[in-house]
Design a binder for this molecule. Sequence first.
Ligand code: HEC
Length: 173
Amino acid sequence: MLSLGASCDVVAIKFNQEQKEGVMAERLTKSAARNIFYGGSFFFLVIFLILGIDSHLYIKNTSTDESTLTESVARGKHVWERHACIDCHSLLGEGAYFAPELGNVWVRYGGRENPEGARMALKAWMKVQPTGVEGRRQMPQFNLTEQELDDLVDFLEWTSRIDTLGWPPNNAG
Ligand code: HEC
């Protein structure tokens, strides 16, 4: 009887050990967790870089026209930034929603059909602000020079040619 009891104990201990080892193998070891962390981070970093480079090339070669990115367009962008037009306006959806979207203002003013007319109208608009019309939101007077106004219009014209895949859906923007 005694020896039977002892061998029963041995069997029980062995069984317990096997069970423990089985559980151990299923659990994540520290090094496996580390490998997954580094491997995963590296994998997604590579994907992020590929997508970043792809977006950059798409913007440079497909959605915008670098060959028409003149000095005056760049100067116009600086005028735009110096006077914080974005504090009231949005440009291609980015910015404030107090005043009209200006990414397509060139198209709205008929610049595609009559570029000279649109240029004159846009400059005249900026010169006569604020209108003081009761009940209308007002745009301040920035006292811009002819050169600054022309640069701004060049910037707005160039921006209107960015391929936004049809956004905004209508001219009112
Ligand atoms: C304090 C707010 C404010 C700032 C800053 C501002 N605007 Fe405006 N802008 C307006 C408002 C309001 C209107 C619309 C007024 C109206 O329709 O009577 C407007 C209208 C315009 C329009 C005509 C849009 C259209 O569809 O008819 C142009 C162009 C324009 N702004 C250009 C600019 C430029 C360029 C700057 C920066 C130099 C600028 N705005 C800064 C408030 C602002």
